[in-house]
Structures are given as structure tokens and as C-alpha cells.
Design a protein around this ligand. Sequence first.
Ligand code: B12
Length: 216
Amino acid sequence: MSIDILADLRAAVLDGEPAEVKQMAQRALAAGLAPLAIVQEGLTAGIREVGEEFQKGKYFLPDLVRGAHSMEAGLEVLEPLLAGNGEARASLGTVILGTVHGDLHSIGKNIVGALLRASGFEVEDLGVNVPTQVFVEKVRESGAGFLGLSALLTTTVHQQEAVITALEDGGLRDRVRVLLGGAPIDKAWADRVGADGYAPDAARAVRVAKELASAS
Ligand code: B12
């Protein structure tokens, strides 16, 4: 039964039906599924299928936009619930987060931000299409311990490297742990450009950030 709900949810994202997605997210919660599982196995799986259809030339830009709106409609319901039970606890540190210059993809970054917050980090989200210099200035003035850079396009991943180089040039590289993410990259890329961590999804982003926090 719960597996059917997730399959229906994926199909509704694929069909680009925000109202239906919202309703199904509520149904999945009512059936007792965990919010993060619904995000990952329902919404995220659905939007990735949208991306595959787009790549095959079966979907066009408006379909991509409708898919994104459907995903966001589901996240409206689920994201507040990722915050857990709101227990007061000591902060694990501040993460400056943003999508690199030239890149407008926000959904994955927002999920990472929500889960980091839910796990005890403070998150300062700079949004999308963030110029390199803005990241650098923010690191300089905030004293944040972590910087998370999201990139979803093969044409923008090099901006992650540009930010790391700019931090080095500004004498700021040692002040901050840099975490990289985004569908086109992997750990080998993160190692090659000198990042401190990489994660393929939000749950693992939290794990890596916590490991780095406890190592410092
Ligand atoms: C939705 C979507 C859009 C939406 C974005 C809406 C929004 N508000 O974000 C819109 C319609 C705007 C869009 C536009 C475009 N898109 Co688009 N898009 C997608 C799609 C289908 C899904 C992305 C998504 O939200 N995934 C769901 C989330 C949950 O997953 P995620 O982003 O990977 O994030 C997870 C992890 O990567 C990780 N993570 C992410 N960030 C970070 C950061 C840190 C620090 C860490 C640790 C981890 C981490 O954790 C996240 C949560 O688990 C992808 C397909 C795909 N497979 O990625 C194409 C895709 C990325 N887009 C693509 C393209 C081509 C475009 C356009 C160029 C299309 C066009 N012709 O205009 C434009 C570019 C606009 C721009 N300048 O950025 C291509 C890129 C191909 C390539 N070689 O680079 C893809 C791969 C589709 C495809 N298969 O062809 N897109």
C-alpha cells in the first residue's frame, strides 16, 4: 500500500501535477511514511525521471518547469516536517549554502539546507546564481565554519573550483570546510578541486558535515 503511494507520487511529479502531488504527499504521511523517505523515494525519484525524459527529448522545458513546480508543492508539505521535533540543542556550526554562478537549480540545495537545519546546523542560504565573490565575502565576514556549493549543470560545476581558488587567493581557505554537491559531480571531482567533503544526497550531506564538525 505505502509502496503504491510512492509510485503514484512519482507518477504525479512526472505528469507535472502540483495539486495531486501535494495531496499524495499528505496521503503518504497519513499512511505513516517518514517525510525524508517520501522526499527521496517519491519526489526526488519522480523529478529525476522528468530529467531523463528531458534528456531523451521526450519532455521540453515547460515539462521541466511543471515537474519542478510539482516537486516544490510536495516540499511545501514535507520540508517543515524534516525539522523533526524542534528540540533545543547546541549549534553544530554555521553553513553558508548556495548554488553557484550561472546555475538556477535550487531544489536539491533547499533540501540539503532543510536537513542540515533539522540536524543542528545554522544555515545561511544565499540562493541561486551566486557570484564567486559573494561566497568569498560571506566567508570573510561571517566566520561560518562550512560552505556548501551546489551545481547541477556540467557547464557550472567548474564554478565550484573557482570558489575554492578564490578562497585560497583571499587567504581564507583554512577558515572554512567546503562541501560540494549536485548531480553531475562525484567524490573524485571534489577531491580533485580540493574540497573537504562531497555528498550525493541530503542525508549524507548531514553525515559528512557532522564528521567534519567533530574532527575540528
Ligand atoms: C528541476 C530541473 C530544472 C528546473 C529547476 C527548478 C529549481 N527551482 O530548482 C528548471 C526548469 C529551472 C531547470 C532549468 C534548466 N535545466 Co534543469 N533540471 C532539473 C532536473 C529535472 C531536476 C533537478 C532536481 O531538482 N533534482 C532533485 C534534487 C533533490 O536532486 P539534486 O538537485 O541532485 O540534489 C541532491 C544532491 O545532488 C545533493 N546536493 C545538491 N546540492 C548540494 C549541495 C551540497 C553542498 C551537498 C553536500 C549536496 C548537494 O543533495 C540533494 C538532495 O538529495 C534535472 C535532472 C537531474 N537528474 O538532476 C535537470 C537538469 C539538471 N537540467 C538540465 C538542463 C539542461 C537545464 C537547462 C539548461 C534547460 C534549458 N534548456 O534552459 C536550464 C538551466 C537553467 C540554469 N541556468 O540553471 C540538465 C543538465 C545537463 C547538463 N549536462 O548539465 C539536467 C540534468 C536534465 C537533463 N537530463 O538533461 N531545470
